[in-house]
Design a protein around this ligand. Structure first.
Ligand SMILES: [Zn+2]
Length: 213
């Protein structure tokens, strides 16, 4: 999603583009805050997010006031974003480290792993593929090979799902690093609306040596 970031006025908070001190909540109702938050975290912010960086006294006082007005909103895990006093340039905060969303490796040698942030997600999955199409159990030379798939806004991206030469027995750590590598390659073109078929074809050759130690 190409998101136009509005610059904040010099001296205002770069996170929400409003003037407030570092101890106070962001303005939950500020559009730049909402758009940026949504882009980074994949959901809209609540008031609990907007004040997650504040101390408990301030949070409580604000919550009481907001509840009185009937506009209090909260979420299970509020995300704190410290106040950054802007210099008037468009918001450019260090991006968050994407998280491994889930890993499943059952006894039956199945594997699913996903990695992503907000709208962009990449997955490893074994769907029964081997060196030559379907995995051949009777061939001692064959290997169970993983496929990666790129998702955007919850949907599989066209021409962005490829079987690789990465075996299912690869260490979890390496698999995670590879997913991160793929994620870093596809994120920007994807968010800028570019086609990533060629890129993914290239990425289907990924191997441990691509990962910097
Ligand atoms: Zn703010």
């Amino acid at each position: 999603m190409p998101v136009m970031m509005l610059g904040s006025k010099p001296g205002t908070c770069a996170v929400c583009a409003c003037a407030h001190d570092t101890l106070s909540p962001h303005s939950r109702d500020s559009l730049p805050y909402q758009i940026r938050f949504r882009d980074r975290h994949g959901r809209w912010p609540t008031w609990a997010d907007a004040m997650a960086h504040c101390n408990v006294l301030i949070r409580t006082a604000w919550q009481v006031e907001l509840e009185k007005r009937g506009v209090w909103t909260t979420t299970k895990k509020p995300i704190a974003e410290p106040v950054v006093v802007g210099d008037g340039k468009p918001i450019d905060l260090p991006s968050l480290e994407p998280k491994v969303v889930s890993v499943r490796r059952s006894k039956k040698d199945n594997l699913y792993m996903s990695y992503g942030r907000g709208d962009v997600k990449v997955e490893w999955e074994w769907i029964g593929e081997g060196g030559d199409g379907d995995y051949d159990d009777s061939d001692p030379e064959d290997e169970k090979l993983l496929r990666f798939t790129v998702l955007y806004k919850g949907e599989q991206v066209d021409d962005a799902s490829y079987c690789t030469h990465v075996g299912i027995g690869t260490s979890k750590k390496m698999l995670r690093q590879m997913l991160k590598y793929i994620y870093n390659e596809v994120e920007e073109p994807l968010r800028n609306g570019h086609r990533i078929k060629k890129l993914c074809e290239h990425l289907s050759w990924i191997e441990p040596s691509w990962i910097k130690k």
